[in-house]
Design a protein around this ligand. Sequence first.
Ligand SMILES: [Mg+2]
Length: 461
Amino acid sequence: MSGRILVVDDVATNRLILQAKLSSAYFDVLLAESGEQALAITMAELPDMILLDVMMPVMDGYEVCRILKSRPETAHIPVIMVTAHNSTEEKIRGLDAGADDFLSKPINDITLFARVRNLMRVKMMFDELKLRETTSQELGLSDFLEDHIFNKDETGCVLLAANNTDQAKAWAACVKSRLPFRTAVANCEEEATNIARHDTPDVFIVCQNLANGGDGLRLVSNLRANLSTRQSAVILVVEDGKMETAAKGLELGASDYIHAPFDPNEMVARLRSQMRRKKYSDRLRSNVRDGLKMAVIDPLTGLYNRRYATQHMQRIIERSGESGMPYAVIMMDLDRFKSVNDTHGHEAGDKVLKEFAHRLQENLRGIDLVARLGGEEFLVVMPDTGPPEVEFAAERLRNAIDRMDFDIGDGNQIPVTVSIGVAFGGPADKIPSVLIQQADAALYESKATGRNRVSYFATAA
Ligand SMILES: [Mg+2]
């Protein structure tokens, strides 16, 4: 794993020691000797991670961290605070400033690399999500995210898995008294997995030792392997005091760890930090998903839109070029649709369009492309289909609309018909718009010769 890490420390020796360690593991290292310089380099270089000394003159590490976490450009860059002491107060102050973890001097190599690799994976996941989100934004499809949600507590669900239920309940009470989170308690792997199945927790707190000899590390690994809990954060409670256990946990996919016994304040601070990160990535994911959906789906009918249809038709044409199989392009237009809107209102018109889309889908195959091009105009492309089947399908579609009246609400029903134009494509055809024009010409003929009928574009051949 590679990446660029900014090392910030006012003491040259400390910078050089960290630089040597990180370089030997093939990370690129940037150096800053003050808080001000750290901010400037971060804005200019956008490193993947920052190792930040707490004690520095003028601007200390807490302040640098707070500033970085308040800026949308830098809020998602993981920050590891490097402290001379290892006091709980210091950790809580750092977590409140938005720090992702702590290392104490002198720095232990196992701790350093376990942490750095873990946070580097998190950073890459965020980068990937942000990249996809940028694409959606460029397409004009999703709003800019509020990166500042790092400073806000939202509701969420926490599952505590401990080796005794009383202990877990005490933690849950402590969490509930300070954070707006729902909590659940389990004392073995099976119980934890069962609870997670019904209401997926945002954060798991998992003890190294579970009841009846259960293994917390195995639970961590299972949570990561399971599709429904893969995105949840996991805090491992290390009970044997060994750094190797914490490192193993991180390697298996824990997002954070805490050594037991712990100060409840530290647990609350870590939990809050993990919950914010989880909510942030949830939001990125759903923005991307909604953006992509909006890019290709007509919201009224749920059919593909023109943008998608044109792209996909190109692919169908290319495939036909390879396979030599024929395909058909079918244009459809509802007859006298304007009068439905004028007579019964737009709500009735929308109902008709939805029902129309539904009947189309019911009467076509999964592999057929069905799209609403706009207004009352629809396109169907049937790959791997020759003239006899297409004629049969087109007539079936016309009949599916004609044979039963459309419900427009309030117990009212109206007859609806559709005019259809068909063009046949083959391996030699290259351009979607030409075929659409041909189908359109056939559609015009259907309209001109009485509507509620199917016409075919006659090729010269
Ligand atoms: Mg210092």
